[in-house]
Design a protein around this ligand. Structure first.
Ligand SMILES: [Fe+2]
Length: 204
């Protein structure tokens, strides 16, 4: 029996530089929709006829496909909304790790912006357990492009729904505004929780 997911609460209650509260609230409704749909899909999977499984088309196959889309929608949006609302100033241990793996914060940002302008769904800075390094990964959809064993630390939503209300087609300005509002203390807390213990083990 799968446990139901519960949506987090939106912490943002005012306009942010470059982000209208109305746009943020509309976007947050989509996140709540992913929570609702994940719970619905997982219940349907329990009851679905497993004997009809087929890779071209089957009801269970579609449920399995959309389960991944919806659950990644939950995870990535929680990271996105959690670290939106900061002052954008890079700080903390994460900066040292970015400098180690990208050379500088500027080089990291340049690569992350290029990832955000070329991906169709997400630009994700993740720590990959395979090589114990940070990477900027692009994902065309929530169920395409995920790298197994990589922990997302910073997630930039570049689906049109994230910026069309405030920016129309001007994705570049939206991406720049994202960095201006990035809360580095939240990103650092993610790193301390999930990456630091791994780094210590690796160095033993
Ligand atoms: Fe989104």
């Amino acid at each position: 029996m799968q446990k139901d997911y519960q949506p987090e609460k939106l912490k943002i209650d005012k306009d942010l530089p470059g982000f209208s509260l109305k746009g943020i609230k509309e976007h947050f409704k989509l996140y709540e929709g992913y929570v609702k749909k994940t719970n619905e899909i997982q219940k349907k999977i329990e009851d679905a006829d497993k004997s009809e499984a087929n890779a071209v088309y089957s009801y269970i196959g579609e449920l399995k496909r959309e389960e991944v889309f919806a659950i990644n929608g939950i995870k990535l949006h929680e990271i996105y909304f959690d670290h939106l609302g900061g002052d954008g100033k890079p700080s903390g241990e994460l900066v040292k790790m970015i400098e180690r793996d990208f050379g500088s914060v500027d080089k990291w940002r340049e690569d992350m912006i290029a990832t955000g302008l070329s991906a169709r769904g997400w630009a994700i800075m993740a720590y990959d357990l395979k090589d114990s390094q940070l990477h900027n990964y692009g994902a065309d959809a929530q169920n395409i492009g995920a790298v197994w064993g990589a922990i997302p630390i910073i997630a930039l939503d570049v689906y049109e729904h994230a910026y069309f209300m405030d920016y129309g087609t001007d994705r570049k300005s939206y991406v720049n505004a994202f960095f201006e509002n990035l809360d580095w203390s939240v990103a650092n807390a993610m790193m301390t929780k999930y990456v630091t213990p791994w780094e210590k083990t690796k160095n033993q």
